[in-house]
Structures are given as C-alpha cells and as structure tokens.
Design a protein around this ligand. Structure first.
Ligand SMILES: Cc1cc2nc3c(=O)[nH]c(=O)nc-3n(C[C@H](O)[C@H](O)[C@H](O)COP(=O)(O)OP(=O)(O)OC[C@H]3O[C@@H](n4cnc5c(N)ncnc54)[C@H](O)[C@@H]3O)c2cc1C
Length: 287
C-alpha cells in the first residue's frame, strides 16, 4: 500500500519551480513513477508531497541543433528507442534503452527519471558517459549545466538540490569515425536490471586508437568511466589482440559489491568479458 501524501500537479514549468521552492525538502518529483511508486510502496521513501511533472509538455522533446542532440528530461524511454535522430546519430543510447525493462515500463519511464533515480544499474548512464553528455539543471534561481560524470554522488544520490530539477540532456554528436557499443548482462538476456553493463566508444586514426571511452554500470556505487583502462589504449594499435590483452585492467576501475543478483567476483570477471566484447564491437563498427 502507498503511504499518505499530498498530490500536486503543476500546470506549467514555472508552477513546478514554485512548488519545488515551497515544498522541495519534503517533496518527490514524479515523472513516469516506475521507480518512485515502487520505492513508496516498499516504504523506502515517504514524501509528504508528490509533484507530478508528467503533464509538462515543454520537457518532452528530442532535437538536433548545431551538432548537439537535446533530449527533454520527460522524454519516455520508448520515444528514445524509436527516435530516428537518436538511432542515426547516437545509436549506443537507443541500443541501451531497447534492452531496458518491458515495453509497458518503457512507455511510462523517462530518461530523466532513470538518471535522477541514480541507481548504479541505470542503463542510460553508461552510453551518456561515453558520449560525454551534459545535463541541464534548473531551479527558480537559474540554470546550470554539468558534465554527466559529475552528476552521480552515490547509490540513489546526485548533485541535484532540493529546489532543482533535471530539464535537458545534451549530447555532442561525434564524428562518423567513432564506433560505439552497449552490452548488458542481466539475470535474463535483457529487459531486466543489469548485473554488469558496458558502453564503449572508439576513435581510430591511422590504425591506432586515438580515443577509447569505456563506462560501466552495476559495478561501483555510481555508473563509472574506466579512465585508467581508457588511458592504456590511447596510441596503441587498433587490433583485437590489443583489446584482448588490455581489458583485464578494467578491474582496477571498478569496485563491485555482492548482492542478490551476483557476487563481486563474478561482476569483476564479467566486467572484463563485456568490456572486451563491447570494444571489439565498436572497433568492428569503425571498420
Ligand atoms: C519492472 C521494472 C523493470 C525495470 N527495468 C529497468 C532496466 O532494465 N534498466 C533500468 O535502468 N531501469 C529499469 N527500471 C527502473 C525504471 O523503470 C527506470 O529507471 C525509469 O527510467 C525511471 O523513470 P521514471 O520516469 O519512471 O522515474 P520516476 O519513478 O518518476 O522517478 C525516479 C526518481 O527520479 C526523480 N525524478 C524524475 N524526474 C526528475 C527530473 N526531471 N528532475 C529531478 N528529479 C526527477 C523522482 O523524484 C524519483 O526520485 C525498471 C523498473 C521496473 C518497475
């Protein structure tokens, strides 16, 4: 059963900001509700006020302007999955989204909710980390834009202030020479929370790795970039042998825990295996 709360539904974005100013400390924002309502039913969160954003049409959009893709925070996972703009320019994001939950959940769940829920297993986070997306956060005091790698601070925690909301995700479009991949291991192949997830992005010039980006989910308190492993690749020959040899180092970038879904040891092993496969897939795409 749901605990008692006061339901507020702002008619405009400005009204939402006013309500956040007034009730922010005791309120929770509701987008699709696929995380929040579950937590409320399980008594994990007990907000006094629930501010329903779901009618704010101005936060539902996908656009491409001046080399940047902009996604409104209330855009549903299903809209991202089926967007030609996303598929043609940053398919690593739609590849991740199509492996999330069931289509019923993807019809309701939003990209903003997935990020702000800040689960280490949030599937949109690894692709957005390798794409070096930026997040626009808005309050009545103004706007700020932060790189996504500064957004998550711990399981369920972000840098969002009580009176602030995520409004937009901005993704710089990479050159055509970048290859990307997303792989996820769940208790089933897909449509379930990940045990390990990996997104990769590679840029190759003159048969050498010019840029390698690796991000993992479910293997640390927050989704993480594997910076130490990435550094090892830059300047090396872009071959499958080099990938095979260097992926073992990814265990230095992760700090998994054991839980009901998998042991820490298994997650470490699978981080190596999935990183290897995702890098080879991204390399194949470049070629
Ligand atoms: C059966 C099931 C399967 C699932 N499978 C997956 C899966 O495979 N992968 C995965 O990553 N997730 C999965 N999820 C989790 C969930 O569906 C996603 O995280 C979804 O994207 C959450 O979006 P939402 O709009 O429903 O968020 P909500 O539940 O509405 O909100 C989540 C949190 O974010 C806050 N919030 C929402 N929007 C904003 C905003 N714009 N600004 C500030 N704060 C905001 C809310 O206050 C709340 O704390 C699953 C959930 C269920 C129930």
């Amino acid at each position: 059963m749901l605990p008692r709360f006061k339901y507020l539904r702002p008619k405009s974005f400005e009204e939402a900001l006013e309500l956040l100013d007034k009730y922010g400390e005791q309120a929770k924002l509701l987008a699709g509700g696929t995380d929040l309502i579950v937590k409320m039913k399980d008594d994990v969160v007990k907000p006094k006020y629930v501010i329903d954003l779901s009618r704010l049409e101005e936060l539902k959009f996908i656009s491409k302007e001046d080399g940047v893709i902009k996604i409104g925070a209330l855009t549903t996972l299903r809209e991202i999955e089926t967007s030609p703009i996303i598929r043609e320019n940053v398919h690593v994001l739609s590849d991740a989204v199509e492996k999330m939950a069931s289509w019923q959940i993807r019809n309701l769940g939003t990209i903003g909710g997935n990020l702000c829920n800040a689960s280490p297993a949030a599937d949109t986070a690894p692709p957005l980390l390798v794409l070096e997306a930026e997040l626009k956060l808005t309050s009545s005091e103004g706007e700020r834009t932060v790189p996504i790698d500064q957004f998550f601070t711990g399981p369920g925690e972000t840098i969002l202030k009580n009176n602030e909301l995520l409004t937009e995700i901005q993704i710089p479009i990479m050159s055509n020479h970048a290859g990307t991949a997303f792989l996820k291991l769940g208790r089933r192949f897909a449509h379930t929370l990940s045990i390990v997830s990996v997104a990769t992005l590679v840029v190759v010039e003159d048969d050498v790795f010019k840029d390698v980006r690796i991000a993992l989910g479910s293997v640390a308190p927050t989704p993480v970039r594997a910076k130490k492993t990435e550094d090892r690749f830059r300047g090396l020959s872009a071959t499958k042998d080099v990938v095979e040899k260097n992926c073992v180092w990814v265990v230095e970038d992760v700090s998994p825990i054991s839980d009901v879904r998998a042991s820490a040891e298994y997650r470490k092993e699978m981080s190596i295996v999935l990183t290897k496969r995702a890098l080879i897939e991204a390399l194949d795409e470049v070629r």
